[in-house]
Every structure is written in structure tokens, then in C-alpha cells.
Design a binder for this molecule. Structure first.
Ligand SMILES: Nc1ncnc2c1ncn2[C@@H]1O[C@H](COP(=O)(O)OP(=O)(O)OP(=O)(O)O)[C@@H](O)[C@H]1O
Ligand SMILES: [Mg+2]
Length: 456
């Protein structure tokens, strides 16, 4: 079994889309796959139309009243494609685990018993570098870092690499880091400039496969399906299928080399050259059978992009296909010119942002007038963590909704809300609780009680 984490603390760079569609493409290639949703936002679960009251929280937490084993919470998505769903309570593990010994090994302990049941386990990480992500990196052999070809992605990758080095130094665990370019927009000159910067900086760490921007990927997530079951022949489906092939191919190579290494250990007369020989033997036939895995030259790839434009142009309803084609041809012709333009782009961007930012401040000030401060408090002596969540923040969980311990068993926080009626509940050490001091309440569809607050 190979465990792969998909992580990047930058939000919205395609982690979940990659986790869902790579998992699905691997299973379509005959592999047994488990997708581990480790993000409290539960986007991977929702993107596969799986809702669950249980999650890894019930397996790891010591505070849960409903303790379960990993195998009890696994759900089937397709043939040979299973998921460990997530829900909002997974977020409370960050806090609960923070002062536990061996906190970074929790995931490893729970995954161990299912090792033989899958060929691949993919972990969809939250967009943060907390204890959950460290647990995921610690248990993984490989880390896939999806990056958009946008201005700020490079910094994020460097930061994540630092964490990987830290895990290596402190926890003595090496991870094979790979970078996947996502949401590549072949209509933009900027995308090509960024791609060549990434190539220069990360070189062999980049996957050959690039995931293009494709609206079907967005639509399929809304429909709760992997893209291959929504539109089998779209660009997004092809890209993730090719990525799965690339991964399987690389793993075959590594596996074969390891096998020979083992033999060398057992029979010292087998010389190291044998490894090379074996590698070459594997490389030749597989590449011949699977031409899409051949390393395309930079030029070939750009030519491919010109062809893709027809599809892309339809999606964004460009005025005419030939316009789009011309646009990309122009971009492809002169790589040097692209780099110069990318540098030039930096200046006008700053100039346009200046007035915008003061306008933004004005807008925020105007908006702020409409907000009123709402106080939430609850008595919870001895509790380790208390959150409030509700319809005002889409029932999400982050630091803004964490209550402060006032030291006398009372926890409180203040949140700015617009006028309206909101439903809410507290989460005390992972357990949902209505507000005992508030008589305004209603029963929700799970049979629990939501407290109600009116802001005026
Ligand atoms: N290649 C793509 N083409 C078009 N849209 C995409 C593509 N990849 C992702 N998206 C869309 O971009 C949005 C963000 O993607 P996704 O949820 O996969 O990012 P994420 O890194 O998991 O985000 P978060 O950090 O919040 O977990 C989603 O709406 C998704 O459908
Ligand atoms: Mg996500």
C-alpha cells in the first residue's frame, strides 16, 4: 500500500479536486483506493455526495462518547474506491491533540490495521499546517502539492517544504515531495511564465501531467461525482486519468528497483548494474504501450496547448475560437518575451491595487456600520476547548469561533453579526451542546436542539 497526502496550506489550489479525481482514476485503473477526508470542511465527502455523522474524530478522539474503529466509518464510493468521510468535529482534534504525547502518530496507528486492504490511500488535507497535516505527512510515503500557476503559490510551496524538512529532522521520516500544476489556463501568458519558473525551481519534482482549468471539474463536484462519471471525455477527466497512469508507472519502476535491491541484499553476487538493467527493461515496453506517458518536450506541450484552446474557448464563451487560437499561438511563439512580460506585469498590478485597497477600506467601513456585536458564553468547567458555530458562519469551525476561557469555568467570545435570526450550538470538547442559558430554541433535522439568537 502507498499512502499519499495531498496538501498545501494555500486554500483553493485544487487539493480536494485532485484527491477525488486521482482516487477515482486510480480505481478505474484497477487499483484498490481509500480516500481519507481529513479536512473539517468535508469537501471531499460532499464532493462525492457522502454525508456522515461519523469521521476520524470518532476513531482518534478520547473525548468522544461514540468511539469507533476505522473500519466502522469507511463508506463505499464505487467498486474498489472507498472513503473515510469527514465532518466539522475533525477540526476539534487540532486542539485536543495539541498536548498529547505522540500526537503526530495518531493517524499512523489507525491506518496500520487496514494496510493490506488497499493499493493507495490518498489523504485530502485541510488548508493549514496544523497537527492534522503533520499527522498526514508523517504517515505518507509521498506528498503531492497542488499549485495553481498564480503569483503567490511559490511561497506556499517553500513553506510546506520547510515542514517536510522538519518532519525529516525531528521525526526521522522522509517523504517524496511532488508538485502538481493545477488550474493551468492556457489562454494566459502568465500561466506559461509561471510554469517555466516552477520548472526552473522544482525541476524533477514536477509531475509531467498538468491539470488544466476545466469547468466540468467544478460541475462534477457540485453533482457529487468524480469527473470521470460526470463527463468521461472532458479535459479534466483526461488530465486526472493521465496523472493516475504517471503515478502507477513511476510506482512500478520504484517497486522493481526495490525488488532488485532486496535481491542484491540477499545475494551479494548480483551487482548494482542489474538495477540499471532492470530499470531500462521496464521503461522500454511500458512507454511504448502507453505513449501518453512519454516525456513530451516543452515545445510539444505548448503545441498541445494550442489544440486544447478549442475546448477551453467553448467553456468561457470567448468571442470566437480562432481568436483564442491566435491568442495562444502568440503566447507560444516567444518564451523570452513571456518572461519579460511577466516581470512587467508586476508594476501595473501594484498601481491598480492602490486605489482599490483604499476603496476596499471604505467599503469595509460602510459594511462595518451594519454589524452588531453578539456575545456567546457558556459554563464549562474543566473543558479543554469550546467553540460556537451556527448559521452565521455556515456551521464551520475556525479560530474566530473559539471561546476564551475566563478562568472561572466560564467561556466566552464576541462575534460581529448583521441583523437577523441565527441558529447556533456550542461544541464543548467535541460534544455538541445547546445554549443552556438561552430559552429561545428549535429542534433541528438531526433531532438535536439549536439555540436561536436575534441580532437587531
Ligand atoms: N482544474 C480545475 N478547473 C476548474 N476548477 C477547478 C479546478 N480545480 C479545482 N477547481 C475548483 O476550484 C475550487 C477550489 O478547488 P478545491 O476545493 O479542490 O481546492 P482545495 O485546495 O481543496 O481548497 P481548500 O483549501 O478550501 O480545501 C473548487 O470550486 C473546484 O471545483
Ligand atoms: Mg479542500
Amino acid at each position: 500500500m502507498k499512502i499519499i497526502s495531498i496538501a498545501n496550506q494555500k486554500g483553493g489550489c485544487g487539493k480536494t479536486t485532485t484527491a477525488i479525481n486521482l482516487a477515482s482514476a486510480l480505481s478505474l485503473n484497477g487499483k484498490r483506493v481509500l480516500l481519507f477526508d481529513l479536512d473539517p470542511q468535508a469537501h471531499a465527502s460532499l464532493g462525492l455526495d457522502i454525508e456522515s455523522q461519523d469521521s476520524i474524530y470518532n476513531v482518534i478522539s478520547r473525548l468522544t462518547p461514540r468511539k469507533l474503529k476505522l473500519e466502522n466509518i469507511i463508506k463505499k464510493v464505487e467498486n474498489s474506491f472507498d472513503i473515510v468521510p469527514s465532518n466539522i468535529l475533525v477540526g476539534t482534534l487540532e486542539q485536543e491533540l495539541s498536548d498529547e504525547i505522540g500526537r503526530e502518530l495518531k493517524l499512523m496507528e489507525v491506518i496500520k490495521p487496514i494496510r493490506d486492504q488497499y493499493d493507495y490511500v490518498l489523504i485530502d488535507c485541510p488548508p493549514s499546517l496544523g497537527i492534522l497535516t503533520i499527522n498526514a505527512i508523517r504517515v505518507s510515503e509521498q506528498l503531492i502539492i497542488p499549485v495553481e500557476t498564480s503569483r503567490f503559490s511559490m511561497q506556499g510551496v517553500e513553506h510546506l517544504m520547510d515542514i517536510v524538512h522538519l518532519v525529516k529532522e525531528r521525526l526521522n521520516h522522509s517523504v517524496d515531495c511532488r508538485i502538481l500544476v493545477t488550474m493551468f489556463d492556457s489562454r494566459l501568458r502568465h500561466s506559461f511564465a509561471m510554469l517555466s519558473t516552477f520548472k526552473e525551481r522544482f525541476n524533477k519534482l514536477l509531475f509531467d501531467t498538468i491539470v488544466h482549468i476545466n469547468v466540468k471539474l467544478k460541475e462534477s463536484a457540485v453533482m457529487g461525482k468524480p469527473v470521470a462519471f460526470y463527463d468521461k471525455y472532458c479535459r479534466g477527466s483526461k488530465d486526472y486519468y493521465t496523472l493516475a497512469k504517471e503515478l502507477i508507472f513511476e510506482d512500478k519502476q520504484t517497486g522493481a528497483i526495490d525488488e532488485v535491491k532486496q535481491q542484491v541484499k540477499k545475494q551479494p553476487e548480483i551487482k548494482v548494474e542489474k538495477i540499471k538493467e532492470k530499470k531500462e527493461k521496464i521503461e522500454e515496453p511500458v512507454v511504448a504501450k502507453e505513449p501518453e506517458l512519454e516525456k513530451t518536450s516543452w515545445k510539444n506541450r505548448l503545441e498541445e496547448e494550442i489544440l486544447d484552446v478549442q475546448e477551453d474557448a467553448q467553456e468561457i464563451k470567448l468571442e470566437s475560437k480562432s481568436d483564442a487560437k491566435e491568442q495562444v499561438k502568440e503566447e507560444v511563439v516567444d518564451e523570452v518575451e513571456q518572461e519579460e512580460t511577466a516581470a512587467e506585469e508586476q508594476k501595473p498590478v501594484e498601481a491598480t491595487f492602490q486605489p482599490l485597497s483604499s476603496r476596499m477600506k471604505e467599503l469595509v467601513r460602510e459594511e462595518a456600520k451594519d454589524f452588531f456585536r453578539a456575545k456567546f458564553s457558556i459554563e464549562a468547567p474543566g473543558a479543554k476547548s469550546v467553540y460556537v458555530t451556527g448559521s452565521f458562519n455556515d456551521w464551520s469551525l475556525d479560530d474566530n469561533c473559539r471561546l476564551k476561557n475566563k478562568g472561572d469555568g466560564n467561556w466566552e467570545t464576541e462575534i460581529d453579526l448583521k441583523p437577523g435570526v441565527y441558529k447556533y450550538q456550542f461544541i464543548v470538547d467535541g460534544v455538541w451542546k445547546e445554549d443552556p442559558k438561552n430559552p429561545q430554541k428549535e429542534r433541528n433535522s438531526f433531532g438535536d436542539i439549536n439555540s436561536l439568537i436575534e441580532v437587531k
